[in-house]
Design a protein. Structure first.
Length: 62
């Protein structure tokens, strides 16, 4: 079985915003803490803690 077909059932998009080289950092949309992403990024940004918690909450169980 190929890797592509192994993940076909998982609907979670694993696209991530770019990492910032330095400040200013975007605020987390859940807790307002600084993230690792640039402030100029357009989209949802999460801090490392909220990102981990969201990944645990939405993990595909097989």
């Amino acid at each position: 079985m190929s890797e592509e077909s192994d993940n076909a059932y998982c609907l979670i998009d694993d696209a991530r915003p770019p990492r910032a080289d330095g400040p200013p950092y975007a605020a987390c949309v859940l807790c307002q803490e600084p993230t690792e992403h640039p402030e100029s990024y357009k989209g949802i940004t999460l801090c490392p803690v909220c990102e981990w918690q969201e990944a645990q909450r939405t993990a595909c169980s097989g």
